[in-house]
Design a protein around this ligand. Structure first.
Ligand code: AMP
Length: 177
């Protein structure tokens, strides 16, 4: 019998990356273990198969990796939310604050259908700022956000405050070092 998957074992913790004081949770350790990667997609499908999710929107770039097999398994559209300047068509855009400076994300207007319930995901949720900006661009198109998903959640960075009233689901949470 195969040993059960322990997701924590597959997530590398890299201190002081990309800058001093940050503990980086590296999901590439999941991707090189097919059983761990499949476990993540299976769990995602279990979490959402009974909910009305019309499409999944994923954040560039690590969010794409988990969202693509999920979309295929669920038989729903995959919407890419990208950094400014990467999408060729007409977009909805939102600027948001980073720890230092600001960033901007975009989504193709043609990909967002008014009235759809869209799940938004990324590999990791820290402050929730990126997912809140994603919600903004989807709502500009008249869609509703069904909830947020992160493979990893860092609740001590207060994402609940940014994401407020909507459900947030994760596969594993860390509470600091
Ligand atoms: P936030 O907008 O603060 O929720 O940040 C989420 C984005 O930043 C995600 O795309 C993550 O991949 C990345 N990120 C933020 N903090 C970390 C961390 N400690 N380890 C790995 N990725 C992180």
């Amino acid at each position: 019998m195969k040993a059960p998957i322990v997701l924590d074992d597959a997530i590398r913790k890299v201190p002081d990356f990309p800058k001093p004081g940050i503990l980086f949770y590296d999901i590439t350790g999941i991707l090189v273990q097919p059983r761990a990667f499949r476990y993540c997609i299976d769990q995602m499908v279990k979490l959402y198969r009974k909910e009305r999710v019309d499409a999944i929107a994923a954040i560039e770039s690590r969010g794409f990796i988990f969202a693509a097999p999920f979309a295929e398994r669920m038989g729903i559209p995959l919407i890419l939310i990208r950094k400014k300047g990467k999408l060729p068509g007409k977009t909805y855009a939102c600027k948001y604050a980073l720890e230092y400076g600001e960033a901007e994300i975009e989504v193709h207007q043609a990909d967002v259908k008014a009235g759809e319930r869209i799940l938004v995901m990324d590999d990791l949720i820290a402050t929730g700022g990126t997912l809140a900006a994603a919600r903004n661009v989807l709502e500009q198109g008249g869609a509703t956000v069904a909830g947020f998903f992160g493979v990893v959640g860092l609740p001590f960075l207060n994402y609940a405050k940014s994401l407020g009233d909507l459900p947030v689901k994760t596969l594993i949470e860390y509470y600091g070092e």
